[in-house]
Write a protein that binds this ligand. Structure first.
Ligand code: HAM
Length: 425
């Protein structure tokens, strides 16, 4: 038997009702904040992620699904492709490719879709997982650098979690400074690491040379006491970055979004500047980050575009769903009625009636004329329909149908014109 690939899974009904509930709640809320949907391809040029997320990050160095794609014709060159591990890089690529900066104001874009990372699968961690993300970016003259955008985005996230009735969350907030601060900070980290690095894991020994900030991604328990003693970014922020960070905090307080400061939070992607954040959830165990995000003021220029500061987030939808209080059964809609065609030739009449009732936005399940009445009624009860409508020759001639309430067993005859209303009650 062929099974689904390791780290991927099928989402089946009724669980898909939860996904639908989360997607539609997010879409409705994003509309109120004037965000619009963007859909970028799952396949991208590998170099997009190397240049944005960063070659030294775990995501690019260890977790990419990437391959050299052969050209199909003699004159077509092969190309290194990757399944996207995240969506911010694709959004910024699209922003540059389609000159979205020519549009008025800042771009407020959201996406919902699958991402791919070759991680070790466990609860809340998959190789194909789903993100709901949003990005605000644009020219500085449109206000894209303002801390007001950071606060707006974070308040929107808090509102979404509230709307989904997710309670036990914590917003962890940090500033990772601008490129200039980071250069100074990296020097300080290198200096602090050099006497201790030979006691650290092989990854950290490499990171200490190439990209010291990435040492904070280390999960090896023995390295943690060393990492805890390293200098913290907060002492290396310049005046504008300190001011930006203070302003974000002031605005969040003004809109009553609680947060905790966490100065080890540097995030596992290289493009961040200034604000970096995660939302964690108490009930999730090891994989407790349900949202990650931050500012990426230099990313567009890194990818060859114009200056386009931005900030965004991605919700891990798989994890969000694990932390939902609602049950799938509660959300999955059951049929309002089951139509039971009774006897030869009745499928056409039943189909006609189903079409009429569905136009009234009722959920209708349609049986088959080959079923005996007993089998039809049993099926209707098993799938949770509220009513059964019997479509036999007598009913068709009278243009009135037997309507059976499957909970009470009560049966009445209802003229065609009144049927939809009666079922809705
Ligand atoms: P990230 O922190 O790499 O950020 O991922 C965001 C969220 O995706 C994580 O907090 C987690 O909930 C979920 N996630 C990541 N990997 C997995 C996995 N293997 N299985 C299940 N869930 C996972 C980003 O992706 C950035 N693009 C966020 C962003 C948007 N920054 C600015 N704009």
């Amino acid at each position: 038997m062929i099974k689904s690939v390791r780290g991927t899974r099928d989402l089946l009904p009724p669980e898909t009702a939860l996904w639908d509930f989360v997607d539609s709640t997010a879409r409705d809320l994003f509309r109120a904040y004037n965000f619009h949907e963007i859909r970028t391809p799952v396949l991208e040029d590998l170099s997009l992620f190397q240049r944005s997320v960063g070659e030294d990050t775990d995501i690019v160095a260890k977790e990419m699904f990437a391959w050299q794609d052969r050209g199909r014709a003699e004159n077509e060159k092969g190309q290194w492709l990757a399944l996207r591990p995240e969506n911010t890089a694709g959004v910024v690529r699209a922003y540059i490719e389609h000159k979205l900066w020519e549009r008025p104001g800042v771009q407020k874009l959201y996406y919902i879709g699958p991402q791919f990372r070759r991680e070790r699968p466990q609860k809340g961690r998959y190789r194909q997982f789903y993100q709901i993300g949003a990005e605000i970016l644009g020219p500085p003259a449109a206000g894209s650098e303002s801390p007001a955008r950071d606060a707006e985005l974070l308040e929107m996230l808090a509102a979404l979690l509230d709307r989904l009735a997710i309670r036990d969350w914590t917003l962890q907030l940090n500033s990772v400074g601008c490129a200039h601060d980071r250069a100074r900070y990296n020097e300080a980290l290198r200096a602090a690491l050099s006497p201790v690095v030979d006691r650290m894991c092989a990854d950290c020994q490499r990171r200490a040379v190439t990209n010291p900030l990435r040492v904070f991604d280390c999960k090896v328990p023995e390295d943690q006491p060393i990492i805890d003693k390293l200098p913290r970014i907060r002492h290396y922020l310049d005046q504008p970055c300190r001011h930006h960070f203070a302003e974000v905090q002031r605005l969040l307080t003004a809109v009553s979004v609680p947060f905790v400061l966490h100065d080890r939070l540097v995030r596992g992607l290289d493009y961040y500047e200034k604000t970096a954040f995660e939302f964690t959830h108490g009930g999730l165990g090891a994989q407790n980050a349900i949202v990650g995000g931050g500012r990426y003021d230099g990313l567009s220029e890194t990818l060859g575009g114009p200056r386009a500061p931005g900030i965004g987030f991605a919700i891990g939808e798989d994890r969000l769903i694990l932390s939902l209080q609602k049950s799938a059964e509660e959300l999955a809609k059951k049929p309002d009625a089951y139509i039971a065609p009774l006897g030869p030739g009745m499928n056409a009449e039943a189909a006609r009636l189903a079409r009429e009732l569905r136009r009234h936005e009722l959920i209708i399940e349609l049986g088959d004329e080959s079923f005996r009445l007993k089998k039809s009624l049993e099926t209707a009860s098993k799938i949770g329909a509220r009513y059964a409508v019997i479509v036999g020759e007598n009913e068709v001639n009278a243009d009135a149908f037997a309507l059976k309430n499957l909970a009470t067993g009560e049966q009445v005859t209802v003229p065609r014109a009144e049927l939809a209303e009666k079922i809705r009650l």
